[in-house]
Design a protein around this ligand. Structure first.
Ligand code: C5P
Length: 234
């Protein structure tokens, strides 16, 4: 049954993939469609939350009605938009596929082939938005009650260490919940279905059966709701 159990809750969600420019026409990107993040935004909005969706590159997706969309391109822009809003969020869900690296420099004009063959692309590390957010909460710049959810897209299956990687990532990132899903071989990225595990910092591990990204979204929001303080403004 539809319940408004997120009424009065401010939810910030990232979705899609970042694009890190090389020159005016080229970028380094990834295959994220944004579908899981958009499904989360829609589901949270239906449950009464005030939702802001910070979206990088996505497939052609309809913005759920009532959801504020903040379009971004790069990880740096996504990071900036999160930093601006995280002190006013009750829940932050980082479903975006953020590029770990970006080109050191962006050429002003299209890079030419050159006679010497391919030039190497020099990369530098992007800020880890999720870890920065958790650090801000630890420092008291973000409310201690803010629920922080991360995603881990891993290639392989349970026996291939997807779950172990997830456990390690949950500890390293310091978020409250980590959604682990298997990607590659046509899994998760771009599809309408998703499957995986929901790992909680408390140690609880829940298998998320194969189902629609809408179903996955509602499972994730159920777990988020359990972590929200009882006395939040609603
Ligand atoms: O380390 P990895 O990229 O697998 O972590 C994935 C999680 O961390 C996702 O929730 C993603 O949105 C977030 N992330 C981030 N900033 C980065 C890289 C990933 O917030 N630079």
């Amino acid at each position: 049954a539809l319940t408004y159990d997120l009424r009065g809750t401010r939810v910030l969600i990232t979705a899609g993939g970042t694009r890190e420019p090389l020159d005016p026409v080229r970028y380094l990107g990834n295959r994220s469609s944004g579908k899981q993040g958009f499904a989360l935004a829609r589901a949270a909005s239906h449950r009464g939350a005030t939702v802001t969706l910070i979206a990088g590159a996505t497939a052609e997706l309809a913005v759920p009605s009532g959801v504020e969309l903040i379009p971004v391109v790069t990880a740096a822009q996504m990071s900036e938009e999160i930093a601006k809003r995280s002190d006013e969020a009750d829940v932050v869900i980082m479903a975006a596929a953020v590029a770990d690296f970006r080109p050191v420099s962006v050429a002003d004009s299209k890079i030419k082939k050159g006679a010497a063959g391919p030039a190497p692309i020099e990369l530098t590390t992007n800020p880890d938005i999720l870890r920065t957010l958790v650090a801000a909460r630890t420092a008291g710049d973000v409310a201690a009650s803010t629920v922080i959810v991360g995603f881990a897209a891993e290639t392989g299956d349970a026996s291939g260490g997807v779950l172990d990687h997830g456990r390690e990532k949950l500890a390293r990132k310091g978020c409250d919940l980590l959604v682990v899903n298997a990607v590659g071989d046509g899994k998760a990225f771009g599809t309408d279905d998703n499957t995986g595990w929901l790992l909680a910092a408390t140690g609880t591990e829940t298998a998320l059966p194969l189902g629609s990204k809408t179903l996955m979204a509602s499972r994730i929001l159920d777990a988020v709701t359990d972590l929200l303080p009882e006395d939040r403004c609603s």
